[in-house]
Design a protein around this ligand. Sequence first.
Ligand code: PLP
Length: 367
Amino acid sequence: MIPFLDLITINAKYKKELKDACARVIDSGWYIMGNELTQFEIEFAAYCGANHAIGVANGLDALILTIRAWKELGKLKAGDEVIVQANTYIASVLAITENNLVPVLVEPNPVTYNLDPEIVRKAITPKTKLILPVHLYGQISPMQEIMRIAAEFNLLVLEDCAQSHGAEIDGKRAGNWGDAAGFSFYPGKNLGALGDAGAITTNDDELAQTLKALRNYGSHKKYENLYRGVNSRLDEIQAAMLRVKLVHLEFETSRRQQIAQKYRADITNPLITLPLVTDELAHVWHLFVVRCEQREALQKYLAALGIQTLIHYPIPPHKQQAYTEYQSHFLPITELIHQHVLSIPLDPTMSNEAIEQVINALNGFNA
Ligand SMILES: *Cc1c(COP(=O)(O)O)cnc(C)c1O
């Protein structure tokens, strides 16, 4: 059996370091908002090249709280429009509607799955205030063009970096392009905690201070509340786990890139469309997503060979029960993507033998 992602093996590599870090927290007697979080925030901000990182409870909260902070600072208000690609994971859209802003779902570029600057430009109205590029599957969006459009129309940019830790363009990493960025450290993400965790990165001092208050009841100072905040803190145990795993992230990313390169070189079946890569360092391969018109048949065939695959994602946000008002939107590129995509195993701990097995299986598929 080749699992889609083997979290046991991934974390077993760092078992001793993780257990030591865990013990350090247990023995400290300090479990929330302490040294581990402060250090992780410094280390993760440095990794991204940003001035600030603010730890929160999960990736969804990172996005929700950033939009909320901009509302508190008077930069956004209810009813403002936010441009986001329609083929994203639902969290990107939930962050917008949770704040009573209006998602404007646009078709993605059909080969990169990311925002297409020309389509973004056409979707701008006088109500547009924010662009939310999701660096989907691990490939960073065309940020130079997106930032140029944002400057031209005076729009904010919030990167959804939940799948793209470390992806870069011209040496500048995801999370350091927009006005702010939301990260998830869900266990299966490229940088995964051993539970829920998330963070925001930004170079904006005022935004960072506002976020630090919002995640902790709206309080800058104990028992004084500036905002009606929430409890969305990243606890010391998870911060300590993340500090261990951050040290190894570059190695894991380069292993993902090697495996992806091998897949791209050796999978040659004309029934299967491989992902397009804009630049080798632009993609950190959170997912290796192929397209196939006979997707269901391919998935069954691979399952019979013991190869586990997943679909990211079977139903786009505008077709979800949660968003009935968007059901009639005409988004044919997005809908076709959801019918054709299949994510094949890509795990930094995969053996060369398993990689060969996946390649041979895909090459042997004939519908
Ligand atoms: C995982 C993910 C999120 C949400 O992260 P959580 O930590 O699970 O809340 C947001 N956006 C995208 C694109 C994701 O893949």
